[in-house]
Design a protein around this ligand. Structure first.
Ligand SMILES: Cc1cc2nc3c(=O)[nH]c(=O)nc-3n(C[C@H](O)[C@H](O)[C@H](O)COP(=O)(O)OP(=O)(O)OC[C@H]3O[C@@H](n4cnc5c(N)ncnc54)[C@H](O)[C@@H]3O)c2cc1C
Length: 504
């Protein structure tokens, strides 16, 4: 595999999930071909390559969880499984001719802004390169988080995280502990429960679970979407519109959530007959505070005789004995950590050093903050895709990614407008978000978030950072975010130029 030896790109995109691949398509559409996509793994797909655990699937309907510019009329189910989404992203990569731009097995170890040259110096596992602009599409949920459990190193059995599933390990007949009850656990538990001898679920907080209205998409329907693209577009528009209408309940009218809670409780009562188990599974916070999960199989699996629920977190491991915070114990052969990801302490932030010589992680010590989810002050020509406060509680992240692609396209256009040199580096410009603009934007966001269910619903979730600040969720509709990111507002940025050489 060829090493990168000091090559220069106009744009370096980090990551090849939906965000990175979308950025690549958009740059090509803007007529930019001088860009690279740096991917630490050996294939594209991001989330949908790494999360291959049994039962992994999307919680957003297939026709909405896809790029608007690359509809797939052949989705086989209303909610797609991991395998089909991964295949879709491989297909997008080929259809848009992205492979020549991608450098696989190329992990970005460090990025440093060079204020003298107005470019990023990028150190990767395959060598160095420089780029006028860096786009971090490393994903909000791509660095698995395993809690620091005392004694875990003494465990003699198998241990893995849901995003690093060991498919060579046979769970049949084993005593398995699943740690966590988030989106991944809700899919893993019913998938492995029939195979394992005993399943012990460590539940700190029960999730709200709604029915999953899932079905196969028949051949005639697929044919219709293929032959009449407007039918697919209409379906997407309806799916989008319904979710836009729900946003008010999460942000302004929490009373409306009562109806959803009733449906979820009915769903629980229907599947679980044991009143004691129901009590354990009944959430004690408002629906929506944590991500609402969709499953028809989770509760029935928990009601099976080979499943135990420990209603508290895992405290310690001593050999093959797991001890919960409430003192309950379980002997197991394997531990599956379905404990989520480093969301508010993303590794790329520690690796990115800006104009002031500090890392993004240092700048974000008091909480992540960026202008329009994209630009942090002091990090010129650097953009995050799915950056701070761009996550959604109820709709498709692809909508947010596409909005950020609009912003990226305009950012690059603005750089062109400011370029007033012959093209050999002289006259080059960079854009640095003004601290006052970043502050004003985030103050507005935090004010809006104050009364939302994510902040007030009475739960502890990955939406909140260690200080309890919500730096992850977008507090409006996706349409509002589309509007907010349509164009770069030049007043919000300072234009930087290469400093003139000292006079004679
Ligand atoms: C199990 C699971 C289910 C989900 N379900 C939904 C859902 O139902 N609906 C929804 O809207 N969203 C869902 N999401 C969120 C999902 O992460 C986003 O929708 C979207 O896929 C994120 O795309 P991305 O490109 O930003 O990040 P990712 O898909 O995470 O891609 C990031 C890429 O960056 C690469 N990378 C990271 N660091 C480096 C580095 N230093 N150097 C080089 N490469 C690097 C990674 O290898 C990866 O390929 C789910 C996430 C998970 C984990």
């Amino acid at each position: 595999m060829a090493e990168l030896t000091g090559e220069h790109a106009r744009v370096a995109v980090i990551g090849s999930g939906f965000g990175g691949l979308g950025a690549a398509v958009r740059l090509r559409r803007e007529g930019i071909t001088d860009f690279v996509v740096l991917e630490r793994s050996g294939s594209v797909g991001g989330t949908w390559r790494d999360n291959a655990y049994p039962g992994c699937a999307c919680d957003v309907p297939s026709h909405l969880y896809a790029f608007s510019f690359a509809p797939n009329p052949r989705w086989p189910r209303t909610f797609s499984g991991q395998r089909h989404i991964r295949a879709y992203l491989e297909h997008v990569t080929d259809t848009f001719g992205l492979r020549p731009h991608i450098r696989f097995d190329c992990e970005v170890r460090a990025l440093r802004w060079d204020p003298g040259a107005l470019h990023w110096e990028i150190d990767t596992t395959r060598g160095r390169l420089t780029a006028d602009m860096a786009v971090s599409a490393t994903g909000p949920l791509s660095a698995p988080k395993v809690p620091d459990i005392p004694g875990l190193e003494t465990f003699p059995g198998k241990v893995f995280h849901s995003a690093r599933w060991d498919h060579d390990y046979d769970l049949r007949g084993k005593r398995v502990a699943v740690i966590g009850t988030g989106a991944s656990a809700v899919q893993i538990v019913p998938s492995i429960q029939p195979q394992v001898q005993r399943l012990t679920l460590f539940q700190r907080t029960p999730p709200w679970v709604l029915p999953r209205l899932e079905r196969r998409i028949g051949g005639v329907e697929q044919w219709l979407h293929e032959k009449v693209p407007a039918a697919g577009a209409l379906r997407r528009a309806v799916l989008w519109g319904v979710r836009e209408l729900q946003v008010g309940a999460f942000t302004k009218r929490p009373r409306e959530l009562g109806m959803m809670e009733k449906v979820a409780l009915w769903h629980l009562h229907r599947a679980v007959k044991d009143p004691a188990l129901r009590t354990v599974l009944r959430p004690g916070y408002r629906i929506g505070c944590k991500r609402v999960l969709l499953s028809n199989t989770y509760y029935p699996a928990l009601a099976r005789p080979n499943v135990d629920i420990v209603a508290s977190g895992l405290r310690a491991v001593h050999g093959s004995t797991l001890t919960a915070v409430d003192g309950k114990r379980a002997e197991v052969d394997a531990i599956v950590f379905a404990t989520g990801f480093h969301v508010t302490d993303t590794p790329i932030a520690r690796r990115t050093t800006g104009a002031r010589g500090t890392t993004l992680a240092e700048e974000w010590q008091d909480g992540m903050a960026a202008l329009r989810g994209a630009s942090a002050a002091g990090f010129p020509n650097f953009m995050t895709i799915i950056g701070p406060n761009t996550n959604l509680g109820n709709s498709s992240m692809i909508l947010m990614i596409e909005s950020q692609l609009n912003y990226l396209a305009d950012y690059v256009r603005q750089l062109d407008l400011h370029h007033d040199g012959p093209g050999d580096g002289r006259g080059k410009a960079a854009l640095d978000a003004r601290p006052s603009a970043v502050r004003a934007y985030n103050d507005r966001l935090q004010e809006r978030l104050r009364r939302t269910v994510w902040n007030t619903g009475g739960c502890d979730s990955w939406y909140l950072d260690a200080a309890g600040r919500n730096t992850t969720v977008w507090p409006g509709t996706t349409g509002e975010f589309r509007k907010a990111t349509r164009r770069v507002n030049p007043a919000e940025y300072e234009v930087l130029r290469i400093p003139a050489p000292p006079g004679p």
